[in-house]
Design a binder for this molecule. Sequence first.
Ligand code: PLP
Length: 376
Amino acid sequence: MRNSPNWPDPRAHILRHVPDAAVLYFSPDILQATVRRFQSGFDGLVTYAVKANPGEEILANLVAAGIGAFDVASPEEMRAVRRVCPTAVLHYNNPVRSPAEVAVAADMGVRSFSIDCLSELDKLSGTVAPDAEISVRLALPVGGAAYDFGAKFGAGPERATELLQAVAARGFTPSMTFHPGTQCADPAAWGAYIGTVAQVAEAAGVRLSRLNVGGGFAAHRVGPAPDLEAIFSHIRAEVTRVFGAEAPDLVCEPGRAMVAEALTMAVRVKALRACGAVFLNDGVYGGLTEIRDIGAPDRIAVMAPDGTPRTAAPCARVVFGPTCDSIDRLPDPLALPGDIQEGDYLLISGMGAYTQSLSTGFNGYGLSDVVTVARV
Ligand SMILES: *Cc1c(COP(=O)(O)O)cnc(C)c1O
């Protein structure tokens, strides 16, 4: 499925419809091109982390481009994937699960799980397939990401060694996984993990079936675009260097970097105050939630409703969202053109990840339907 685009680009849709609610514009071509970039550059199985954007049109285009396996965290994500692709392979890599969730996964034929603690292995034993793949999730204090995923999940090297031995002793297929943290642009973060994974496997005396190197690949938010190929080749070089002939098959599970570039968000200026503050029709309760946690993107073009670009020198402005809540404010001032006016549109590029999936309908705002375009 490609969703034949109704519009050449966001600008054409805005000129015709003058939308007053925030809109996401989706380019299936860009999503499919990103899939091809991962598939040709990453030397292993490319899966998709559904939480970054579980939209049906996103999942369908990923499947059309050849993605057949998905990282899911909940029964609802499993069902969302299977609705679009009944044969999809599901990797249930949320390492904390209720017994009821484990039972749903077993019913749905899930055969790949991650754990970071013995009690979670106990929950799986006896319910999931006896030879299911169980990946031990490693956590290290490495830098390079926007925030640290190791702070919540993952076992340190010593506990990971014990867990890996337990997985093998119980007859499961032993693998390992890690997540370097989201929006990570530093290949060395993967290298540090891969080196420790090899040490853990050696200490445990277990040959790994697969190594899942996580998501975390950076999207283009600020400055120059991140060099994904440099990360891919560093991963392959490090795996070859530390494992040699015993190298496990590789899996990756990008969320952000797979989907970010395929969607552009348009938000509108509702009001401009004399003090320079800007009120937008979306904010931290909607598609701009992540700005609070990882900072604002700098890929923002501003245009008048007739399509004229605003080009005056930027000045820093306080930005509020539309709800009646004083928390609904961007944490830092945003650099916006000095000639910005009420009714203008901000076109924010690279907004496909963690926008729809985090948007609430608080106060009656939030993101409207996705509009399909040829290019964003
Ligand atoms: C969130 C998550 C991902 C995707 O992370 P991105 O930073 O969006 O690439 C992959 N794997 C697991 C286990 C996750 O929790």
